[in-house]
Structure formats: structure tokens, C-alpha cells
Design a protein around this ligand. Structure first.
Ligand code: FES
Length: 106
């Protein structure tokens, strides 16, 4: 199974193996990773699943949709590698992806 490594706001790494096709938000919540909320359940309407994605993987990720871009405009520390974790599904080619979670979720 592919793996993803979440880094919580305190800097602790949480490596998680998960089946392909699950979203990063679902994986983090199911694994009890602190620093992610996912209040809207993954329908891209809350931005409480914000994370900073490893830049080495950016080109392999699906592009931000207009809705995701709009929602990200409300997060406190938006960066070029900011993504909403509910909009990215783990795939084998993304194995090893690292996602830093921000100091606060909106
Ligand atoms: S869980 Fe709400 S936008 Fe991702």
C-alpha cells in the first residue's frame, strides 16, 4: 500500500499506509493525526484540511480546482504548495508524499 507522511504542527511525523483512492484528509482523520479537522466531510467547503505538500510531488498532483483555490484564499498562511487534503487521493505514484500541517486550521 502507498504511504503518506503527515507532519503535525509540533513537527512530529506520522507515517501512514493507506489503500489507494482514499483522500489525504480521510487518511489523516482515520489515523488520528492531529492538526487536521475536515469539518465539511471532504466536499471542499471548509478549508480545515489545509496542508503544505512536499514540493517534489507538486507536478504529480491534480491541479487545484477553482473551488479549491477559492477556499484556500481564506487560510491564514497560504503558500504555493498549499492544498486541501480532501482534494487529493492517494495513488501509488504519490507514495512517500509528505504533508506538513499548518499551525492552525481555519
Ligand atoms: S474537508 Fe472541508 S475542504 Fe477539505
Amino acid at each position: 500500500m502507498p504511504t503518506v507522511v503527515f507532519i503535525d504542527p509540533q513537527g512530529t511525523e506520522h507515517p501512514v499506509e493507506a489503500p489507494a483512492g482514499r483522500t489525504l484528509m480521510q487518511i489523516a482523520i482515520d489515523s488520528g493525526v492531529p492538526g487536521i479537522l475536515g469539518d465539511c466531510g471532504g466536499v471542499c467547503s471548509c478549508a480545515t484540511c489545509h496542508g503544505y505538500v512536499d514540493e517534489a510531488f507538486l507536478a504529480r498532483l491534480p491541479a487545484r480546482t477553482e473551488t479549491e483555490t477559492f477556499m484556500l484564499e481564506g487560510v491564514p498562511d497560504l503558500r504555493a504548495n498549499s492544498r486541501l487534503c480532501c482534494q487529493i487521493r492517494l495513488q501509488p505514484e504519490l507514495s512517500g508524499l509528505r504533508v506538513q500541517l499548518p499551525d492552525e486550521q481555519v
